[in-house]
Design a protein around this ligand. Structure first.
Ligand SMILES: [Zn+2]
Length: 416
């Protein structure tokens, strides 16, 4: 069985002395594009009360001189980063009105230097010779050449000639020198021996995690996390004085962070342990990359959820590695709309009060379980659940976080 996944590999630059100046000037250009766009957004915001969308901002910026300092796709990426930063701030501000909007980036020697992203027509990769050509914008071409030729070295166990494709490359200042981040599509071959079971997770807002194990569906609500947040946020606001956060509110903030960390650790431990016990060797985690901005609007805080998902994913990956469970990040694309039994994804399929209803095969299932089952099927060799009965999609188990024991337990165990 082979699975395609996305991986990022770091390459250290061997001819750093030759390309350092060139990368510095590209980094400065990225900062400049950011700053001009930030200033423009600020002016429009002052005049209209609204932050301009990514599209109009890009069109406007295309006519600015600095746009052509970078490859067009690299310049566009800077605007996308700025838009994301505005969106995060917007979301954050609803909870914390002291949050600051995205700032300006500094030039010159007082860096953090801006990272530069090179998409498909911004680089030419020669993995056989460990070389990559990074293109400059037309403004910066012509001194010596049109591109920067970097010689790089990856970790010895990484071989970039073996990856399926390099999606994009980022030049990143690590505080000390520039390094290259290769975002690659990689084919993973999993063994068909011992732990060949596969499971899927749907990450969500009500049910933080819904897991489709080979033999059962389990919901892990974020209940305790929500209660904690509610309680501690109140404690924080109640004690907020004129001179900013009081000692008590600082305490509440730290306490909440600790509880959240504990919750995420326990949840990931529990899920990985269940995987090991049920013979699961691969776990596909939904990655809500392609959720549209408008969908986030309905569900609220994108930044906080993205942050929580990211954290949970990291813990799962870490624990998984220790216990021989391969954790795979998969795009959630279309999984919530598709029927996990028959694969139908027509619009007439609907979700009502948390139930997924298929118009073709008349499956009625818990919507989160249907999503998790679709994740599972992304990596199972038997599409549409041919390796299982679907009866259990409708009757998941619920494992709640129990404060007393600090563990996840079944509802019956928590109640008694
Ligand atoms: Zn169906």
């Amino acid at each position: 069985m082979a699975i395609q996944v996305t991986r990022t590999y770091v390459g250290s630059i061997q001819n750093h002395r030759q390309v350092c100046d060139g990368l510095n000037s590209l980094g400065d250009s990225a900062s400049k594009i950011w700053n001009v766009a930030r200033w423009t957004a600020g002016r429009i915001w002052d005049a209209t009360g609204e932050i301009p969308d990514e599209g109009p901002l890009k069109s406007y910026m295309k006519n600015q001189a600095c746009w052509k300092d970078l490859n067009a796709q690299s310049s566009q990426k800077v605007i996308e980063e700025l838009s994301d930063a505005f969106q995060s701030w917007f979301d954050l501000r609803q909870k914390d009105d002291t949050a600051n909007p995205p700032g300006y980036r500094k030039h010159g020697d007082t860096r953090p230097r801006s990272a530069i992203t090179f998409k498909e027509d911004g680089f030419k990769h020669d993995p056989g010779n460990n070389r990559i050509r990074l293109s400059k914008g037309s403004n910066l071409k012509g001194y010596w050449s049109d591109f920067l030729l970097c010689e790089y070295q990856t970790r010895p166990d990484i071989n970039l000639t073996e990856v399926d494709s390099v999606q994009n490359v980022r030049a990143v200042w690590n505080g000390n020198e520039w390094e290259l981040h290769f975002v690659c599509k990689v084919e993973l071959k999993t063994t068909d021996t011992a732990d060949d079971g596969v499971a899927g997770i749907d990450l969500g807002i009500t049910n933080l995690a819904t897991v489709a194990f080979p033999d059962e569906y389990v919901l892990y609500p974020g209940n305790s996390l929500k209660q904690d947040k509610h309680y501690f946020k109140r404690a924080e606001y109640d004690t907020e004085g004129e001179n900013g956060p009081s000692e008590k509110s600082m305490w509440a903030r730290q306490k909440l962070t600790k509880r959240e960390t504990h919750f995420f650790h326990t949840l990931s431990d529990t899920i990985i342990t269940e995987c090991v016990e049920r013979g699961v060797g691969a776990l596909a985690v939904s990655w809500p990359e392609n959720v549209r901005e408008s969908d986030w609007g309905k569900t609220g805080n994108k930044k906080l959820h993205t942050w929580a998902f990211d954290r949970l994913y990291q813990y799962l990956e870490y624990r998984g590695e220790e216990h021989g469970v391969e954790v795979l990040k998969e795009n959630e694309w279309e999984t919530s709309k598709t029927c996990s039994r028959c694969g139908d994804d027509t619009k007439s399929n609907r979700v009502e009060r948390g139930l997924y209803v298929c118009s073709s095969c008349e499956l009625v299932a818990n919507a989160d379980c249907n999503g998790a089952e679709n994740m599972r099927q992304k990596i199972t060799p038997n599409p549409h659940g041919e390796d299982r009965s679907n009866g259990c999609v409708a009757q998941p188990s619920v494992h709640l976080f129990d404060r007393e024991s600090g563990m996840f337990r079944t509802r019956e165990q928590v109640v008694s």
